[in-house]
Design a protein around this ligand. Structure first.
Ligand SMILES: [Zn+2]
Length: 228
C-alpha cells in the first residue's frame, strides 16, 4: 500500500523556490521499490501568492521533468548537494576519462616528440551551476582537459583536439621504447611474464605495476647463433 508523504510543515520553505534552484523532491508515492526522491533543478517555477499552492517543473540530470507541488519540495542539505555533484560527474558523459591515453597533434610540437599524452584533469562539474548541467552536452565541446606528455609537459586542450590512439600507435610507442616503458602510463614499470614460442615469434605476457594494464609483447626471430 503506497502512502503519500510530504515534507513536514516545519521543514517547508516559507518562500517560493526560484527557477534554476536546487531542490530536494520527496516522492509522495515512495515505497521501497519506487522511491524516486532526490535532488532536482527547478526549470519552471510557477509563482503564486499562495505559496502552498505553487507548483514547479523540476528536472533530473536525464532531463526527466516532473510537475510537483510546493509541499513536496525542500531545500537540499549540504551533503546531498555534494553527493549530487559527485553523481553528476559519473552520470554526465565525458569523451575522455582521467588516465586515458590520447593523441594530440599539437601543431607546434617537435616532430621528434611523441604525440601521445595522458589525460590528467577532466572538467569538474562543480564549476557549473545546476541549470548548466542540464545542457552539459552543449557545454562539453568548450571544456578544457589537461593532458601530460610522457616527458612531463602539460597542455590544456579541447575535446575535439584529442583522440584515442589506435592499437598500432600504442604498439609503436612500446616498440620504440625498447619494450621498457608502459604504453598506457609511460612509466618504467613493465613486468614480463611467461614466454611462449610460436613459429618464429615469442609472445610474452606483460603488464604494468603502476596502472595495471596488460598486453602481449611479441618478439620476432631474427637469426640463429650457430654453435660449432
Ligand atoms: Zn602503466
Amino acid at each position: 500500500m503506497k502512502q503519500a508523504t510530504t515534507i513536514p510543515t516545519e521543514l517547508q520553505a516559507t518562500m517560493p523556490f526560484e527557477q534554476d534552484e536546487l531542490v530536494f523532491w520527496q516522492d509522495p508515492l515512495a515505497d521501497e521499490n519506487s522511491d524516486k526522491s532526490g535532488i532536482r533543478v527547478t526549470v519552471d517555477a510557477r509563482q503564486t501568492d499562495a505559496i502552498a499552492r505553487a507548483t514547479y517543473h523540476v528536472s533530473d540530470l536525464s532531463n526527466n521533468v516532473t510537475e510537483v507541488p510546493h509541499q513536496q519540495l525542500r531545500y537540499p542539505e549540504k551533503h546531498e548537494v555534494e553527493a549530487w555533484y559527485n553523481m553528476a560527474q559519473q552520470h554526465l558523459e565525458s569523451p575522455f576519462e582521467k588516465g586515458d591515453v590520447v593523441i594530440w597533434e599539437d601543431p607546434a610540437r617537435d616532430p621528434s616528440e611523441w604525440s601521445l599524452y595522458r589525460v590528467s584533469v577532466v572538467p569538474d562539474v562543480r564549476n557549473f551551476a545546476p541549470e548548466e548541467l542540464l545542457t552539459w552536452t552543449e557545454l562539453m565541446p568548450d571544456q578544457e582537459f589537461l593532458i601530460k606528455s610522457p616527458e612531463g609537459s602539460e597542455a590544456g586542450v579541447y575535446p575535439h583536439e584529442i583522440r584515442k590512439p589506435t592499437e598500432e600507435e600504442i604498439s609503436a610507442y612500446f616498440v620504440e621504447n625498447g619494450g621498457e616503458r608502459c604504453p598506457f602510463c609511460f612509466q618504467n614499470s613493465v613486468e614480463g611474464d611467461s614466454v611462449t614460442i610460436i613459429t618464429g615469434a615469442a609472445h610474452q605476457e606483460a603488464s604494468c605495476y603502476e596502472c595495471n594494464e596488460e598486453w602481449t609483447a611479441i618478439y620476432t626471430l631474427t637469426e640463429c647463433g650457430v654453435l660449432r
